[in-house]
Design a protein around this ligand. Structure first.
Ligand SMILES: [Zn+2]
Length: 243
């Protein structure tokens, strides 16, 4: 005789990038086990992989998790976490304020600050000037796509060369009066050559696309009981939403 099946509730949210509605179920004991294993790893990549795994288990619509923009993935996970475990997470921060001890030596305070973060307060920033269409002239331009975690993981964007690689990875298509040239149909060399031919002011427009794209963040008052240091801190980045 089989055991009865448990009923699992179904929730709905929407992607930030497209507004597409997404149905999901909360994560269950089997998924909690995955998190427990990932939390013992220090590797950020392992945490992101677990998050992707759990999301693909829990999302009931047919979407490709790997192709989602980082902020959509973060948003889905925040919603999932809020519905599965609870809306409030207890974060702990270490105070980085420089303090002078009684011998006059300056050192980092290191006091522990607890913050109760309500996940539903984490909202995407929306910049009204943001656009994924970059006009290079009246006749031609580029339409960008958002970086996903795979792209971000591969790149450590610190130098101009890496910025150019990010730009190449995030071009959806180039257009002119006649047609659209999809990046996936063009060789990497051709794309690189195209980018290298651009003017610095064009590159700045593309940089603005990255700078103004939605971010998932929230502000919170930080007060150290040990040294009294206060700051209104910005909490962002998926690892930082979970204590
Ligand atoms: Zn302190």
């Amino acid at each position: 005789m089989g055991l009865p099946k448990l009923d699992t509730p179904i929730y709905e949210t929407a992607l930030i990038s497209t507004g597409k509605k997404i149905k999901f179920r909360p994560f269950l004991v089997k998924e909690q086990k995955l998190f427990l294993m990932a939390s013992q790893s220090e590797e950020a990549k392992e945490v992101v992989n677990t998050i992707k795994q759990v999301l693909s288990n829990c999302i009931l619509d047919d979407i490709d998790i790997n192709s989602l923009p980082t902020f959509d993935l973060e948003h889905l996970f925040v919603q999932l976490r809020a519905k599965s475990v609870g809306e409030v997470v207890n974060l702990r921060y270490s105070c980085n304020n420089d303090v002078e001890d009684k011998d006059g030596v300056i050192k980092v305070c290191g006091g522990t600050v607890k913050i109760d973060l309500n996940l539903l307060e984490i909202k995407p920033t929306i910049d009204p000037t943001h656009s994924s269409k970059i006009e290079l002239s009246a006749k031609m331009g580029i339409v960008m796509k958002y970086p996903n975690f795979d792209i971000v993981e591969k790149l450590n964007i610190q130098t101009q060369a890496e910025l150019l690689n990010l730009v190449t990875a995030c071009i959806d298509y180039i257009y002119d009066e006649e047609q659209m040239y999809y990046a996936k149909d063009v060789s990497a060399d051709e794309l690189n050559e195209f980018i290298e031919e651009m003017q610095q002011s064009d590159l700045e427009k593309i940089q603005k696309f990255f700078e103004t794209m939605p971010r998932l963040q929230t502000k919170h008052d930080f007060k150290c009981v040990k040294c009294g240091y206060q700051e209104n801190i910005t909490i962002e980045g998926i690892q930082n939403f979970f204590g």
